[in-house]
Design a binder for this molecule. Structure first.
Ligand code: ADP
Ligand code: ADP
Length: 237
């Protein structure tokens, strides 16, 4: 079944801009989907709606094991289970890689538990996440001393530490050189596949999308204009 489903979702901003219009889609376990579209197409809005940082104006968002996202408790649970990766990584630069990944553990715990000092187990889990992104030797290095690609890998480790069911990445390679971009996409795909995490990434580049996505969602003016495999995209154009 789907980790998350959107049913005829529409988003209209306060200024009247229609950012999404009647978008219906489902993301399944282990699916690695990429949303493509030009600037202003509605990609960020789609990701924020999936995480419910933006409430839909129309339609509904349903999450596996949580139900329709209406109650605050359902929302909290969904956000805890959703890993977010950003273009500008949003790490705390003066903190070590490990400390940043521990933030992901804070997000994993309930609010009350997050007020207590993290137990040793959290440290071990955080270190394991850093190991999985190939940065165990940088655990104690401040994030500001890492390269752009390494910083983004810390971002992946932090999201992973949350034990997410859904991974959302908004332009995760937009600030990276091509080599780091390939590394980050391959790593993200392998981790999501092996953990059965449903993933949705937004990208600008068709070439990267075709190489890494199992599914491509084309967005234009807030509407889905294509949804299928990269090979189907090839036949259409
Ligand atoms: P993107 O890189 O996704 O195109 P933008 O540069 O369009 O992002 O937007 C950056 C931020 O400004 C986002 O948080 C977005 O919600 C907000 N924003 C974008 N367009 C508007 C607008 N017309 N009015 C108010 N806020 C906007
Ligand atoms: P993308 O990520 O594809 O660039 P966005 O989702 O950021 O697209 O934006 C879709 C449309 O909604 C754009 O026209 C943008 O200007 C507008 N928009 C985005 N955020 C806001 C906001 N907070 N307030 C008003 N308009 C916004």
């Amino acid at each position: 079944s789907a980790v998350v489903s959107l049913d005829r979702v529409g988003v209209v901003y306060d200024n009247g801009v229609v950012a999404l219009e009647s978008v219906s889609l489902q993301l399944k376990r282990g699916e690695f989907a990429i949303v493509l579209g030009s600037s202003g197409a509605g990609k960020s809005t789609l990701l924020r709606t999936l995480n419910h940082l933006r409430l839909p104006t129309h339609g509904k968002v349903t999450v596996e094991g949580v139900g329709e996202l209406t109650k605050p408790s359902a929302l909290r649970l969904h956000r805890k289970r959703t890993g977010m990766i950003f273009q500008q990584h949003q790490l705390i630069e003066r903190y070590s890689a490990l400390k940043n990944v521990l933030m992901g553990r804070l997000a994993y715990h309930s609010f009350w538990k997050s007020l207590l000092p993290l137990p040793k187990l959290d440290q071990l889990i955080a270190l394991d996440c850093l190991k999985r992104v190939g940065l165990i030797d940088k655990a104690l290095t401040p994030v500001k001393s890492l390269s752009g690609g390494q910083q983004q890998r810390v971002g992946i480790a932090r999201a992973l530490a949350q034990k997410p069911r859904l991974m959302l990445a908004d332009e995760p390679i937009a600030s990276l050189d091509p080599t780091s971009a390939h590394q980050v996409l391959a790593l993200l795909r392998d981790i999501c596949k092996s953990e059965g995490i449903a993933a949705l990434l937004s990208l600008h580049q068709l070439e990267f999308a075709k190489q890494y996505g199992d599914r491509i969602i084309g967005l234009a003016n807030g509407r889905v204009i294509f949804d299928g495999s990269p090979s189907a995209l090839h036949h259409q154009h």
